[in-house]
Each structure stands twice: as structure tokens, then as C-alpha cells.
Design a protein. Structure first.
Length: 203
């Protein structure tokens, strides 16, 4: 195995980035980037902490974050599994990265910055859905933002309806839990209960 251990060797292998790869990165949200963010119902939130890194999917009915100004976005923490992996990391190390996707678009939009967590009652209430407010809101100060070129999403055929057949026959969450818990969790019961539980705890 040939292991690359220096930046010089890495740059020797890949060369320098093109001009467009550099000028697309800015330290604030320009109107064109804002339009993409506001259309996005899904974002992956990456964080780092003492135990390592974490990447968590976040989704919402419409825009997954609120743009407060050109250097600030707000992400409500909707109902989940209460592991709080991302939130634990942010409390201890505010560095975060966001990657937004819009169904049907082969572009991804990225934000790097620093975050804090707020439990302000009025702020949380402003994000309420069906009368249910999030318990906290992650406030991200933007340090850099840029779009990702389309190659990865095009290669994956992410929005290609024909590719959705790959999901058929995959192990269910219940089957995964049954395996990882060594039978402690009744997988069939978990899968059967999930639709009703999700409907009651979506927000």
C-alpha cells in the first residue's frame, strides 16, 4: 500500500484546484446560495468532539434551516432518538459543517462555520410545527460557503427513479436492531410499531 503522508505528495498527485473551485467559496451567503438553501428540505450536519466525528441527517417540511442574515443560519432540532451526538459535540466544540441537498438538483451547497445551541423559548416557538416547538435551535455562524459540483450526485444517480429499486429487500431497522441487540429487541414488533410511533412523534 502506498500511503500519502504529506500535503506536498497529495498536491503532486492531484495538482492545483481550478479557478472556479476557488472563487465559488465566500465567507457569507450570497443571494444565489440563499435561494438554494431555502429550497432545501434536507441537510447533513457534521460535528466534531472528544469522542470523534459525527454526521447527522436533518430534514423538514420545507426549508430545513432559517437564514437569519448573510452570516447566520438556524437549524431547529426536531424529534429524534435523544442520542444528542451532534448537540453534545457542539457544546464542547462548535465547529460544524452543513451539506444541503435539493431533490432533483445535482448540486450540493456547503457551509462551514461555528455553532451554538439555544433553548430560548421565543426562538424555539418560532419554529413550531403543528403546535410543537423544538427543544433547541442550533445557530450557525457562517465562515465559508460554496457549492459542490454535480459529479458525485450524477454518478450516484441519486434522484433517478430507476435507482430506487436498490432499496427493495434491504434489511429493515427492526432487523438491524435485532441483530445488534442480539435478539433483545423484537425486530418485527419494532417495524410494525414504527409508522404509528413516527406519526405521533414527527415534530
Amino acid at each position: 500500500m502506498t500511503k500519502i503522508t504529506t500535503i506536498e505528495k497529495l498536491e503532486e498527485l492531484y495538482g492545483k484546484p481550478g479557478r472556479t473551485s476557488l472563487v465559488k467559496e465566500v465567507d457569507h451567503i450570497v443571494p444565489e446560495y440563499a435561494a438554494f438553501i431555502e429550497a432545501s428540505p434536507f441537510v447533513a450536519l457534521a460535528t466534531v468532539g472528544p469522542e470523534g466525528v459525527d454526521c447527522s441527517p436533518r430534514g423538514d417540511l420545507c426549508d430545513v434551516v432559517r437564514i437569519a442574515d448573510e452570516r447566520t443560519v438556524m437549524l431547529p432540532d426536531r424529534r429524534g432518538n435523544n442520542r444528542m451526538d451532534s448537540l453534545r459535540n457542539i457544546v464542547r466544540d462548535g465547529r460544524v459543517a452543513l451539506m444541503f441537498l435539493v431533490p432533483g438538483s445535482t448540486t450540493a451547497l456547503r457551509i462551514n462555520g461555528r455553532a451554538i445551541i439555544s433553548s430560548d423559548d421565543d426562538l424555539c416557538a418560532s419554529f413550531a410545527v403543528e403546535g410543537k416547538a423544538p427543544r433547541s435551535v442550533t445557530i450557525v455562524t457562517v465562515e465559508s460557503t460554496y457549492f459542490q459540483c454535480a459529479r458525485a450526485i450524477k454518478r450516484a444517480g441519486l434522484w433517478d427513479i430507476d435507482r430506487q429499486s436498490r432499496a427493495v429487500g434491504l434489511p429493515t431497522p427492526g432487523q438491524m436492531l435485532s441483530r445488534t441487540s442480539r435478539g433483545e429487541v423484537d425486530g418485527d414488533a419494532y417495524d410494525a410499531d414504527w409508522p404509528g410511533r413516527a406519526a405521533k412523534t414527527m415534530w
